[in-house]
Write a protein that binds this ligand. Structure first.
Ligand code: KIV
Length: 272
């Protein structure tokens, strides 16, 4: 008798709102390629972010600024082909939305149409309100991003904790309300004091997902390569490494090289 494939209950923006209401934490992680996305989705992650951090960890750039819309669409398409359950959010890259809401809408439409992803994320507060509203007119869900916004690194000058001073903290709280009112389904808060992030999460109805923002928010996001120890030089305080894959891969590759040189690979059973 043919077996029926069990239906996977897909995570939607509504699921995330329900999780916040029920006090269930949201787990979000980056992925940029098919194989990783399949593993991460299979493990039960709620949200996959095709982050513009691909610019750093996949392409080796120093910042997130160089990655293009075409490259983001390529990464997002690979992820979409792998995922059964998670909600997929794709970063609008630097230069594809700032200052021009029509261009923002066109960029978001290209991501949705050409990759098949479920939503987009963009950085900034009141200055991107118009873009968010315009993207939403096309029925595209938008996630906001406040605090340390890496696309503005040349304005900040450093990757240090943001909003430690009262004035910036006040502006961040105002921006969080602006994003919620504009219609964002969630926001990411990056590298801000835990007390401030907790306050924002309490004040907003939409989920607040933190990275380096403490445990008082509605969920956490990390870059996959950092979590599994593929990156070794990046060690901020907020990062917990759950594996040391760089070391494991180095050992495995070393053994392979040695077996080839010793003429131990392939053996009798590994050939035709
Ligand atoms: O691009 C990215 O990986 C991100 C996370 C750090 C939130 O925006």
């Amino acid at each position: 008798m043919p077996t029926r494939k069990t239906e996977v209950k897909k995570v939607t923006t509504h699921t995330l709102h329900e999780m916040k209401r029920l006090g269930e934490k949201i787990a979000m992680l980056t992925a940029y390629d098919y194989t990783t996305a399949k593993i991460v989705d299979g493990a039960g992650i709620d949200v996959i972010l095709v982050g513009d951090s691909a610019s750093n960890v996949m392409a080796g750039h120093e910042t997130t600024l160089p990655i293009t819309l075409d490259q983001m669409i390529y990464h997002a398409s690979s992820v979409v082909r792998a995922v059964d359950r998670a909600l997929i959010v794709v970063d609008l890259p630097f230069g594809s939305y700032q200052g021009n809401s029509k261009e923002a809408l066109n960029s978001a439409i290209r991501i949705m149409k050409e990759s098949g992803a479920h939503s987009v994320k963009l950085e900034g507060g009141s200055e991107v309100k118009e873009s968010i509203e315009r993207i939403l007119t096309a029925g595209i869900p938008v996630m906001g991003h406040l605090g340390l916004t890496p696309q503005s690194i040349y304005k900040f000058g450093t990757y240090n904790v943001r909003a430690k001073e009262e004035e910036e903290a006040k502006r961040l709280i105002e921006d969080a309300h602006v994003l919620e009112k504009a219609g964002c389904f969630a926001i990411v808060l990056e590298k801000v004091p835990a007390a401030l992030a907790t306050k924002v999460a309490r004040e907003l109805e939409i989920p607040v997902i933190g990275i380096g923002a403490g445990g008082g928010v509605d969920g956490q996001v990390l870059v996959y390569h950092d979590l599994v120890g593929l990156t070794t030089e990046f060690s901020p305080r907020f990062l917990r490494r759950y594996a040391n894959l760089a070391e494991e891969i180095n050992t495995a590759v070393g053994k392979y090289i040695s077996d080839v040189k010793k003429k131990d690979f392939p053996n009798e059973s590994e050939q035709y």
